[in-house]
Design a binder for this molecule. Structure first.
Ligand SMILES: [Zn+2]
Length: 322
């Protein structure tokens, strides 16, 4: 499971239409201060998972004048999910003005809302808190944000960069959660070490070519400790080893909950190539419609840029057609 479960952009919100570009300097944590734990209250249209808002009062419309980059709350089945609702590099309208300015713009922070319930469900509060820690750690890694730059709406106001609100402290305090504890938990998550389950290759570019003919890589032994950074959602993780950034297949790491390579059932015949010593081999093989292929990676640079590396049956191929 990656840090973000779904994405529905609020394209009809005025803040999206304004599309003011920004570089994230921190994170503001909000809670909604309303008894409605469902994401659909704020986010639409329904993607089949969050459910439909029957009342037409969601934030994906003009004239609402409020928005955030993500929501954490329940889907239609009650599972707690993180939904991205704006690109992380445009300004949201989440916090209003303080005496010195606003974390919406100057400096601009990524902001997310946790959907409150009636503040009596301890388990729900914990699940949302844990998801928020993971999500904030993801943002810190992706944008180089220090955990010390994570604030609550309440703290943003105290610092002079937000309107007077008390979220999410008003909710968290019921169950013993604090912003200091939250920052500490994010910090701990950022230092997470994992081990290689077997001898494997660490690739040094953010395009990954498991045959290794067009990218550089190193081989590490089983049990090697690495710093886990990010899951790309397609079966690979970004890690740090020996002070350098590498990419590794999730199946090689002893960490649970990571994404797996996508599988696809071919809707038509495709052409695929075997590769030997860095060269595409002839003849070209035809993989038949109806077969299931596993997409190991899409190669974004180097000699095989534009190809996907796939597995079909027990064999590996390169193709440009999936
Ligand atoms: Zn708030």
């Amino acid at each position: 499971m990656s840090a973000i479960d779904g994405k529905i952009l609020l394209t009809r919100n005025d803040s999206y239409k304004a599309y003011q570009k920004m570089t994230p300097k921190g994170i503001v944590v909000h809670s909604t201060a309303a008894n409605n734990p469902y994401i659909r209250r704020y986010v639409q249209p329904d993607d089949g998972i969050i459910g439909k808002n029957q009342y037409g009062n969601d934030w994906n419309q003009s004239g609402v004048y409020v928005s955030v980059h993500a929501f954490i709350g329940k889907d239609k089945n009650g599972a707690v999910k993180v939904y991205q609702t704006l690109p992380f590099d445009i300004c949201c309208w989440g916090i209003g003005e303080g005496r010195k300015g606003s974390y919406n713009f100057n400096p601009a922070y990524i902001q997310f809302e946790m959907c409150e319930d009636d503040q009596t469900d301890k388990k729900y509060c914990k699940t949302v808190y844990d998801k928020s820690v993971k999500f904030a750690a993801y943002l810190c890694k992706k944008y180089g944000i220090k955990p010390s730059k994570i604030v609550s709406h309440k703290e943003a106001h105290e610092q002079g960069y937000g309107s007077a609100h008390s979220d999410p402290d008003n909710w968290w305090s019921k169950f013993g959660y604090t912003m200091d504890g939250f920052r500490k938990a994010v910090k701990k998550k950022l230092k997470e070490k994992v081990k290689a389950k077997r001898a494997c290759n660490l690739y040094s570019k953010d395009y990954k070519d498991p045959v290794g003919n067009s990218v550089s890589y190193i081989n590490v032994k089983k049990g090697t400790k690495v710093n886990w950074e990010l899951d790309d959602g397609y079966g690979w993780s970004k890690i740090k080893y020996d002070g350098k950034t590498y990419y590794v297949m999730n199946g090689n790491l002893n960490k649970t909950g990571l994404s797996k390579c996508k599988k696809e059932k071919l809707s038509e015949n495709i052409k695929a190539f075997l590769v030997k010593k860095g060269k595409l081999q002839k003849p070209v093989k035809t993989l038949k419609k109806g077969k299931t292929v596993k997409i190991i990676c899409n190669i974004l640079g180097g000699k095989f840029q534009g190809y996907s590396y796939i597995k079909c049956g027990t064999k590996y191929y390169y193709t440009t057609e999936v």
